[in-house]
Ligand binder design. Structure first.
Ligand code: ZN
Length: 67
């Protein structure tokens, strides 16, 4: 729950395959959290492409030690 959620959605405003806008409600953009990552699944209505974009918190903060 945080600012990174909105940031992640900014990455998938457009289909990487055909460049169409994913803001069309016929497309599917679904974000969920898995462990300490945010994953955004998207499916493009226009061209049928689909994929996932993951933001991994550990990569952006390598100095942090967990535990
Ligand atoms: Zn597309």
């Amino acid at each position: 729950m945080g600012k990174h959620t909105q940031h992640l959605l900014d990455w998938v405003q457009f289909c990487p395959h055909c460049g169409g806008s994913l803001e069309d409600p016929r497309n599917l953009v679904n974000e969920f959290s898995l462990a300490d990552s945010s994953i955004c699944f998207w499916w493009c209505y226009s061209c049928g492409a689909k994929g996932e974009i993951a933001e991994i918190q550990r990569v952006t903060a390598p100095e942090l030690v967990e535990g």
